[in-house]
Design a protein around this ligand. Sequence first.
Ligand code: S3P
Length: 175
Amino acid sequence: MKSVVLLGYMGAGKTTIGHALAKEIGVRFYDLDWYIEMRFHKTVAQIFEERGEDAFREMERNMLHEVAEFENVVISCGGGTPCFFDNMDYMNSLCETIYLKASPDVLAAHLRMGRVVRPLIAGKTEEELAAYIREMLRQREPFYSKAKYIFDVDLLNSREKVAESVRLLREATGI
Ligand code: S3P
């Protein structure tokens, strides 16, 4: 099996669905943010703070090249990964790529539910967050849309909904 990469904006459910999908098909799961944190012994938030976004993007690309070389794994990349360097073409050349597409409302709801500190949205009010998500999606959709598959994601607020999404995703992609 080619490795599977899940991509999409922050809060689309890449980690949640990726983890569940990997478990179901019996392969290893790699979350690119976690992989970066493990390799550099720092959180993504610390890397942004101490070295800035440009340095983070370089590290992210290098780590993407490590994990995308693995065979038979499910990878969830960061929300920005497909939008820098030639990352999207690179992923398409090696992996099955799936864009998890969610509406701004679903993204905002997931981000509110999550406990991960995301430096790009830290400290934003509800309205600021909604406006920011809409603008980022406008900029990023052209990159995300290059994925081999596009899969619509609804609100994932229960285990059942996650399981159902995984079932539908497998049906849609044949994975
Ligand atoms: C980012 C998304 C984050 C993380 C970093 C930047 C982005 O990943 O890589 O905070 O640019 O959208 P998640 O989408 O996994 O939260």
